[in-house]
Design a binder for this molecule. Sequence first.
Ligand SMILES: Nc1ncnc2c1ncn2[C@@H]1O[C@H](COP(=O)(O)OP(=O)(O)OP(=O)(O)O)[C@@H](O)[C@H]1O
Length: 339
Amino acid sequence: MAQAEADSNSAIQRGSAVSENMAVTVRDLFKTYRSKKAINGISFSVQRGDIFGILGPNGAGKTTTLEIIEGLREPDNHHSTQILVGGFDVRNRKQREELHQHIGLQLQSSALFEELTVLETLTMLARLYRNSRSVSELLTEFKLEQKTGARINTLSGGQKQRLSLAAALVNNPSLLFLDEPTTALDPHARRSMWEQVRGLQQAGKTIILTTHYMEEAELLCDQLAIMDAGRIIAQGTPAGLINQYATEQSITCRLPTAQAHSTMLEVVKQLPGIGKVESTARSFTVSTTNLAHTLSMLLQAAAHYQIQLTEITTHNPGLENVYLNLTGNTLSNQQEDKK
Ligand SMILES: Nc1ncnc2c1ncn2[C@@H]1O[C@H](COP(=O)(O)OP(=O)(O)OP(=O)(O)O)[C@@H](O)[C@H]1O
């Protein structure tokens, strides 16, 4: 075999091995609504078996991205755009139709028909697919067997969310899309949804979800793309992103009196190597890139002035610090601003 042909064959094999590992590959995706650039050239890949999160504030472009890769919305017609999902080219109409047999889309619970019962909803959806799972099995799996005859408008938020997840699984998809799966759920229902999602991953499914909850992104997702104003501003594992973009730890000290507080605050501001200092009535928080050194200096200063620190706590950085360092704003502020 000629060398050039051998090289080209091995490149093809490498290429297919790479794409076999990838559930989704998106390259150079753009979306403009009239004159508004909602998505401004994003690229990312999702490995099979991962929980992949798209994290960002309202209006960042998460839902638009999801709807385009689900084949529900057209991207801009850009020559270099590529969207491969489960081996199907989403921009090709025939392949897109076939793709819908193989993926699961969790509808927002508000998109369910309020007047239908739980059983009617799942039975109706199951009829849309060539291969569908047993409805009674789904009812058991999602703890809805006591609610089969209940109308959707009588279900609690958590029950509706479990039903919308069961509905996404009627065709036993290997790839599942969840758009803000825990928005408006109470903390207990949110944690129980995370457990369901982890269970689906353990059953071999790939999951792509959008969220604006830092905790959800950090605790649930294997890989993250952080979106802001139509762009991906950072990608990686939650721990990798924290290591790369949020190196500062912080120390909070609580003091017994206003006098002790003001003395320590003066000392802290003179210490070398410290970052931001935030103060409240009887406590202060100081950021540092050298936790052990700053802690030791604080303790020495307190001993020198014979001040008893009533409480001392250290905090590791999280995704909120990553977002703050990348955008100069907190995600919760962004959410508030957009309300
Ligand atoms: N059908 C549409 N027509 C015009 N503009 C739209 C349309 N859908 C979304 N947009 C705009 O595109 C941008 C991205 O919206 P998108 O819904 O994708 O963001 P998001 O990150 O999912 O936000 P949210 O969490 O609020 O759903 C926003 O500025 C939004 O106002």
